[in-house]
Design a protein around this ligand. Structure first.
Ligand code: URA
Length: 235
């Protein structure tokens, strides 16, 4: 971890009111995770297939015209990160910055997501990040059912290609879409569900945390659960 990453991690801890950390325990978990990650990338059956499968899914999306968001978008935001990730984050839809750059979570909410990821000793490059919708809804309005219906098959294919151990849904739309439920995020967050061989957990969306920073504590609890579950599942 370089100086900037350590500073970001400490800043997130300060934000959420953590004033002391058991350095020995965190270090031991971090080292074990790093060993597991290295081993699982090499040994996992089918490792190295995921990048090709993701390329094929991106090619299938093409210059998508399947829903009414096509004429208003600048870029399709497919997803980015480690194609062999053990942990995938699913957000709602690209915002202004993501639409401009064609990359997920690069605006203010994205910077907070990076800190959240680093709070459990992972780097952004270790995980994969994508959204339910691949195109920005005008004025960042909520995704509409026909848009979710058009895009959801591609999210499912991305998850099937990566086969992460854990999927972390960010906010209501991601949680409800991935888990196929109408339950509110307040009821869904903080616990694991099983889906197609993956463990799925939901937490608050980083954009919501920017408006309601007092909720960061709960996100920290969810992240600790993710770290423990990754450790438990091993390689
Ligand atoms: N919010 C999201 O849900 N996704 C992004 O990529 C950016 C902001």
């Amino acid at each position: 971890m370089n100086r900037n990453e350590i500073a970001a991690q400490l800043e997130f801890f300060k934000d959420i009111g953590v004033d002391s950390v058991d350095v020995a325990a965190v270090g031991a978990v971090g080292e074990a995770q790093a060993r597991q990650r290295a081993a699982s990338r090499i040994d996992r059956p089918g490792a190295h297939r995921a990048p090709l499968q993701l390329d094929a899914i991106r090619a299938e999306i093409g210059n998508c015209q399947r829903c009414k968001l096509a004429p208003t978008r600048t870029h399709i935001v497919f997803g980015s990160g480690n194609p062999d990730a053990e942990l995938v984050f699913v957000g709602e839809a690209p915002g202004y910055d993501e639409d401009q750059q064609g990359l997920p979570f690069v605006g203010r909410a994205g910077q907070l997501l990076t800190k959240i990821i680093e709070s459990i000793d992972l780097k952004r490059e270790d995980v994969y990040i994508c959204n339910v919708l691949k195109c920005r809804p005008p004025e960042n309005r909520n995704p509409e059912p026909d848009e979710v219906a058009s895009c959801n098959p591609f999210l499912r294919k991305q998850l099937a290609a990566i086969r992460p151990k854990i999927v972390c849904c960010l906010g209501t739309f991601a949680a409800q879409t991935v888990l196929q439920t109408a339950a509110p995020i307040s009821r869904l967050r903080g616990k694991f569900f099983d889906m197609d061989g993956m463990r799925v957990i939901a937490t608050f969306h980083p954009a919501y945390l920017l408006r309601s920073p007092e909720k960061k504590r709960e996100v920290w609890e969810d992240m600790k659960q993710i770290r423990a579950e990754l450790f438990r599942l091993g390689s």
